[in-house]
Design a protein. Structure first.
Length: 235
């Protein structure tokens, strides 16, 4: 397969992931359109002690920050604690940190609906970043579930102006979409690949008529698999 297309990735890919694209004759431009800044929380221990044993995660960065703080403060998580996570890399990082999810869904909105339908809870802690989308909270609040947000990191936008031509772009978060459009626009023929439903939803807000392929399972590997499948079909 000879593609000779250039792909713009809005985050630096894992080397073996980028190599798969190179091996299939794609040119790669990689930039981190967002940067993650972990936050210091003086009352992290007291938050865990005084609040519920129901924890919600919708980003791998939240899981990483949570795990780091648990290790830093030498906190023993109650065995009765139930964790709710979106699938893909968020769930993978949760498992890698030694935890498991009681309930898993493909995106934040689906997770919130599943919590309402299946979890039978009255309150929860939502570990997130400062740029989190409102979908999950709106659904839980409407169901009279008391949710306390614990902001573990800030998402800083890089606002990179891309001058090189490209035919494909990979978006890995809603924040990356916002950061991209702060300095750039899309050509109508650009094929866009989004890591999940929430990212696609925001991209459609900016470009409702754009060609968008949404990854069924949110991970870098699945994004690349979708790219290769899409262009194999075209060729």
């Amino acid at each position: 397969m000879k593609n000779n297309f250039t792909i713009l990735s809005t985050k630096i890919l894992k080397p073996y992931i980028a190599q798969q694209l190179v091996d299939n004759d794609f040119n790669i431009i990689e930039h981190n359109f967002i940067e993650i800044e972990p936050q210091k929380l003086q009352d992290f221990q007291s938050i865990l002690k005084q609040q519920t044993d129901h924890y919600i995660f919708t980003s791998k960065n939240a899981v990483k920050c949570f795990a780091n703080k648990v290790e830093e403060h030498k906190i023993q998580i109650n065995k009765q604690t139930k964790m709710y996570s979106i699938s893909g890399e968020t769930q993978q990082v949760l498992i890698g940190a030694g935890f498991k999810a009681t309930l898993v869904a493909e995106n934040a909105e689906a997770l919130a609906n599943d919590i309402v339908a299946k979890a039978n809870i009255k309150n929860a802690l939502f570990f997130c970043g400062n740029k989190r989308r409102p979908d999950l909270l709106n659904i839980l609040f409407e169901a009279d579930i008391d949710v306390k947000e614990v902001v573990l990191y800030h998402t800083n936008m890089s606002h990179i102006n891309i001058l090189e031509p490209y035919q494909v772009i990979l978006f890995f978060s809603p924040s990356a979409v916002q950061s991209f459009f702060a300095e750039n626009d899309l050509h109508k023929t650009t094929a866009c690949f989004c890591v999940g439903y929430t990212t696609t939803k925001l991209l459609k807000f900016y470009k409702p008529n754009q060609k968008i392929i949404t990854c069924n399972y949110p991970s870098q590997q699945n994004m690349v698999d979708d790219v290769l499948l899409y262009f194999n079909k075209k060729n």
